[in-house]
Design a protein. Structure first.
Length: 212
């Protein structure tokens, strides 16, 4: 049994869980996956058995417990420095960290009004105040990075930056956000990436349904 245990919510809905799960997959490390279905009567109690914050995701590495998606991803990157989670060059790495931090702390309108639903199809829904502004900024970030990298990913190879925007890619597909040019190609590349595809397939196999 692996020393690494990642506690996550439903793959179909838990965008926060998706990000560190992808980070771990990028390392090739063996880890145990513990799924706690969200929005059930005992969900909070189950999560508290693993997480002091009462939220997922949570990474357990023997005596170490980490309960934030960005902190987990940073920890994983430090434990597996050869996995290429961050760009090697210092200036590029700083930009990548800025891109990830903006995703981690921002885009509240998009999160609230377009919850992740990998299996869903709701074109045109979720267009509340502030959502288009978030969409425009995300596309601006993508296009800026892709112009430098040349694609198909934000910083050449699939990295933590792409892992953190993968749930946004899912949202854009679910809600029919129209894109063109490099942004459209980026969405396709991320959706077809092997670990993202594995997560989505797992989401499709889940029996749980949340009515937002």
């Amino acid at each position: 049994m692996s020393d690494l245990k990642l506690v996550i919510g439903n793959k179909n809905y838990s965008s926060w869980s998706m990000r560190p799960w992808l980070a771990l997959k990028m390392t090739g490390a063996d880890f145990e996956e513990i799924v706690i279905p969200l929005k059930h009567e005992n969900t909070h109690e189950q999560i508290l058995e693993h997480s002091p914050s009462g939220w997922v995701p949570v990474l357990k590495d023997r005596s170490v417990t980490i309960w934030d998606s960005l902190a987990i991803s940073e920890y994983v990157g430090e434990q597996y420095p050869d996995a290429g989670l961050w760009p090697k060059e210092a200036a590029t790495r700083a930009v990548a960290r800025s891109v990830v931090a903006e995703m981690h702390s921002g885009f509240g309108a998009l999160r609230r009004n377009m919850p992740m639903d990998c299996r869903g199809s709701r074109p045109g829904q979720g267009r509340a105040d502030g959502v288009q502004r978030d969409i425009d900024r995300i596309v601006e970030v993508w296009e800026s990075c892709l112009q430098r990298s040349g694609g198909p990913f934000l910083f050449d190879e699939f990295s933590l930056a792409d892992a953190f925007y993968a749930p946004v890619v899912s949202r854009f597909r679910t809600y029919g956000v129209e894109l063109d040019g490099s942004a459209e190609k980026y969405v396709e590349a991320v959706w077809e990436q092997e670990h993202v595809a594995e997560w989505v397939e797992g989401a499709k196999q889940e029996p749980w349904v949340i009515n937002w």
